[in-house]
Design a protein around this ligand. Structure first.
Ligand code: PEP
Ligand code: MG
Length: 500
């Protein structure tokens, strides 16, 4: 009997590939100080490093040429003397072996992160750091997805860090948790990897067997053929340009490059926090200027909208110094760390000047007109930008009229808006059907926002995931939204629908 697993599809391209189950990644213990003598901790650290080295050597023995070379280079980095000396400096301050190695790796990553060519090394260091800390905690971290072959990976959920490290052999993703607007979905969409999220029964798929991942059909079919996939509605373009502008959502340099190959008329949402996930220290203004300049220069022509840091539980920005689970995403968090926000805006201005791009800035999670005006003041003091805010909190909607003349544009973050409207957790949905964009309450809210913005004479766009649904994008245009911003992989389909 054919087994069909239901869920919520992400993307439009179906794939058939082998099922590969990934076990959950355990959380590493928090860094702590120890009363052990430095020599004792240092010995423990040496042993842990040796164990990770042995794990890699074993992998080298079973890898082919280029993989073996990469692993060799990793081993060299792992046993680097300067890295160990840096860790010893932390041991001498009383930190445990795990904390000391983690902190040393962070320090080195920070040094490497300004340099594009070394960015990969910085990621390697972070991975090694995680592995050494896991050995010290007795945790098995391996999510060894084979790099050759073609797999649909199945797990409870993936963090942005996990998804960003998928090998090219991952052609599809199925998660038992998550929802259409969880960050796994966003990243899969932006990388053009089809996914099925909230597929509660996905663990039933037999590892090693073939599965059809049919995102348009919101299902996975065990043993299904590609010819069984749900066909797509075809729009026939009748006009040269879309009736409203289509911009791209990006979170990295690679996304910017991908977006530039599409018909996107600019960047409508740059999730700037994705550049700095898990950084223990605030990136310096200089390194931010460097990073933003690189992304600006690669992005499609047109306005480039930088969304200032938007920390959430699954997008942790360690340098904000928030307790885990306390990173309730709202503007108050950033306002209380004003220097970090001011530094970011200064860096965005530096990159704007360096690249000559037209840059706009917007703040996430604004809860009131007062917060919006506070951000606008700071942004205008920091640089030459058009200034906007995201509409994601219900409390802002009734205050839109107060923004007349002070705010240049609004952008609706429907992912958080829908979550707030229905009181859901977008990472862990109990009622995924409430995130159906056609839900009448949700449509009413969008109508209310479009009308309020029109009255306040402020242009308003949508950059949440719903805009990537071609039919919905057409409805947004009818409601009065002046542009949509979608993942680079969706620009083409949405543009075609808006030209039909
Ligand atoms: C949103 O909430 O719709 C949005 C675009 O922001 P993010 O998904 O990054 O929270
Ligand atoms: Mg949001």
């Amino acid at each position: 009997m054919t087994e069909i697993i239901g869920g919520i599809g992400v993307g439009r391209t179906a794939v058939v590939a082998e099922v590969f189950h990934v076990s959950p990644t355990p959380t590493l213990p928090d860094w702590a100080r120890t009363s052990n003598a430095v020599e004792v901790e240092s010995q423990t650290l040496i042993q842990a490093i040796a164990e990770v080295e042995a794990q890699f050597k074993q992998l080298i023995g079973t890898s082919d040429g280029s993989s073996a070379e990469i692993l060799d280079a990793l081993v060299e980095l792992l046993i680097d003397e300067a890295l160990f000396e840096e860790a010893v400096a932390y041991l001498e301050q009383g930190w445990s072996a795990a904390a000391s190695f983690g902190k040393a790796a962070d320090t080195f990553s920070e040094l490497l992160s300004g340099d594009a060519a070394m960015e990969e090394r910085s990621l390697d260091l972070q991975d090694l750091s995680k592995r050494v800390q896991a050995v010290l905690a007795g945790i098995n971290l391996a999510i060894d997805i084979p790099s050759t072959g073609s797999f649909v990976v199945v797990a409870e959920d993936f963090s942005p860090a996990d998804t960003s490290q998928f090998p090219a052999s991952v052609v599809g993703v199925i998660t038992t948790g998550g929802g259409p607007t969880s960050h796994t979905s966003i990243i899969c969409r932006s990388r053009g990897i089809p996914a099925l999220v909230g597929a509660k029964l996905a663990r039933q798929l037999e590892p090693g067997t073939s599965v059809l991942l049919d995102p348009l059909g919101n299902r996975a079919v065990a043993g299904g053929l590609i010819s069984d996939a749900t066909p797509e509605v075809e729009y026939v373009p009748k006009r040269e340009k879309p009736i409203i502008k289509v911009l791209a959502n990006i979170g990295s340099f690679d996304d910017a490059v991908m977006a530039a190959k599409t018909a996107a008329s600019g960047v409508g949402l740059f999730r700037s926090e994705l550049l700095y996930l898990n950084r223990a220290q605030e990136p310096s203004v200089e390194s931010q200027i460097h990073d933003y300049s690189k992304v600006f220069a690669a992005a499609p022509i047109g306005p480039f909208i930088v969304r200032t840091f938007d920390p959430q539980d699954d997008k942790p920005l360690q340098f904000l110094g928030l307790e885990p689970k306390a990173s309730i995403a709202n503007y108050r968090v950033l306002k209380s760390r004003r220097e970090i926000l001011a530094n970011q805006l200064r860096a965005v201005e530096g990159a704007r000047q360096a690249t000559g791009r037209e840059v706009w800035v917007m703040a996430p999670m604004i809860g009131s007109a007062e917060e919006a005006l506070d951000f606008a003041d700071l942004a205008r003091q920091s640089g030459n930008f058009k200034v906007g805010v995201m509409v994601e909190q219900l409390s802002l909607i009734t205050e839109i009229s107060k923004l007349k003349g002070s705010i240049d544009f609004l952008s609706v973050g429907t992912n958080d808006l829908a979550q707030n409207l229905f009181n859901l957790d977008r990472q862990n949905l109990t009622n995924p059907e409430l995130l159906d964009p056609w839900h009448p309450e949700f449509l009413l809210k969008l109508t209310e926002i479009a009308q309020a913005a029109k009255q306040a004479q402020i242009s308003v766009s949508v950059c949440g995931e719903v805009a990537a649904n071609p039919a919905f994008a057409v409805v947004l245009a009818q409601l009065g939204f002046s542009s949509v911003s979608v993942a680079p992989s969706e620009v083409e389909a949405v543009s075609v629908a808006l030209r039909s």
